[in-house]
Design a protein around this ligand. Sequence first.
Ligand code: R5P
Length: 229
Amino acid sequence: MLDQNALKRNAAQAAVDYVLPLLGPDSILGVGTGSTVDLFIDALAPHKQRFRGAASSSERSSARMAQAGIQVFDLNDIETMPAYVDGADEIDSGLNMIKGGGGALTREKIVASVAQQFVCIVDESKLVAKLGAFPLPVEVIPMAMAAVARRLARLGGEPEERKGFVTDNGCRILDVSGLDIADPAALEARINDIPGVVTCGLFAIAGADVALVSGQQGVRQLRAGQVSQ
Ligand SMILES: O=C[C@H](O)[C@H](O)[C@H](O)COP(=O)(O)O
């Protein structure tokens, strides 16, 4: 019986196998944040001669890549990337996701938007029928915390400040429980429209293109609306 860390490691290795054929000597790869991505960076490092470098979604991943000898580029110097690889806190069969458990959601959404495809790597515990058991992270400009919290409560959520946490952008996080996420893209747009919200952790307007889901039987590849072994 594989434990969760072994499952994450298998997903990370599957992502390396998936992205390497997409990369050439001039390619920049988008890299996300989190414990699964840490394992992806470790598995990617031995292949660093096969591509030019990476764009990172957090100080944490940048530091890990620099230590592994993978060159990290400023996103402003990159026009496009063949792929962006990242984990998720929850993902559904439509490849809509909740992200931001590690607080990197905004930079993740930005870096992902520059890539041609989003490759999501998860262990099977993250695959859900409906999003929302995991509290939705919302990044907020500090002066707007109370105002945004009131608006989120009016949407049916129970926002709680992530105490003592400051994002890489100098902002704060509200973790919102109790939301009914019937239409992830509509709710994403609605929350992102609240003044003071930087972005919310729903990735549904632009979800993943492919998910590599690691389970006891191996790694399954999921595409939106279609499952294959
Ligand atoms: O802000 C963090 C990210 O959205 C992560 O991708 C997400 O929290 C999943 O992280 P992990 O791989 O550690 O479960």
